[in-house]
Write a protein that binds this ligand. Structure first.
Ligand code: G6P
Ligand code: MG
Length: 219
């Protein structure tokens, strides 16, 4: 039976997915690479270095930089990203997230975070959510990024629950793949056509309802 909810951070709890996009777009432009919102969909949930590789591929510039230069480009994007997130406050939760988290806690269910971002603790702190969560796993401590299931499995482990007893929420295709590979129930937020293997899809976080999700989980 259901024991826990595990959340993705960027694009589910707060709109940092937009800031990642803006920071990558600025870097891409500087490199003369055209980078659209549509291109960005493929980067959601993807690690910093893998995202950079994908952008360089878009511009056919993968071979133009040494490993050190790529490191410097990724660092530059991150510095820009850090300036964009510096004013995040508890008011920056996406619609219905505050209520959902409160309902989960009232129901006695555990609460976990599985993020592909190395900045996850910083953002959770700014949102005032760090202490609310029973377990947080970020990109600093996992070997394999999403769509590999590791980050979700580690979060379940930290909560002391089996994967089958977890419902996880994601806005990225790579994230939904990771959740299903972990053997968990997957809730997707975003356009229906992007998430063929999700168990439920909501167009936006505003529609998330604990009652409805649990009803579908229980079949
Ligand atoms: C999240 C976001 C991605 C981002 C990745 C790495 O999964 O969805 O857009 O590239 O984290 O973030 P970081 O903060 O470590 O650069
Ligand atoms: Mg996300």
């Amino acid at each position: 039976s259901l024991k826990a909810f595990i959340f993705d951070l960027d694009g589910v709890i707060t709109d940092t997915a937009e800031y990642h996009f803006l920071a990558w777009k600025a870097l891409a432009e500087e490199l003369g690479i055209s980078f659209t919102r549509e291109d960005n969909e493929q980067l959601k949930g993807v690690s910093r270095m893998d995202s950079l590789e994908k952008i360089l591929e878009l511009g056919s510039r993968t071979g133009d930089f040494s490993a050190d230069e790529k490191q410097a480009l990724a660092e530059k994007k991150n510095e820009h990203y850090l300036t964009l997130i510096q004013n995040i406050t508890p008011d920056d939760l996406l619609p219905a997230i505050k209520e959902l988290i409160a309902d989960i806690k009232t129901s006695g269910l555990k609460l976990g975070l599985a993020s592909a971002s190395k900045n996850a603790f910083t953002v959770m702190e700014s949102l005032g959510l760090k202490a609310e969560f029973d377990g947080i796993v970020d990109a600093k401590t996992v070997a394999h990024g999403k769509p590999h299931p590791e980050v979700f499995l580690r979060a379940a482990e930290m909560l002391g629950v089996e994967p089958e007893a977890c419902i996880s929420i994601e806005d990225a295709a790579a994230g939904i793949q990771a959740i299903k590979a972990a053997g968990m129930f997957a809730v997707a937020v975003g356009p229906k056509e992007s998430f063929e293997n999700a168990d439920i899809v909501y167009a936006s976080t505003a529609e998330l309802s604990l009652e409805k999700i649990i009803e579908v989980y229980n079949g």
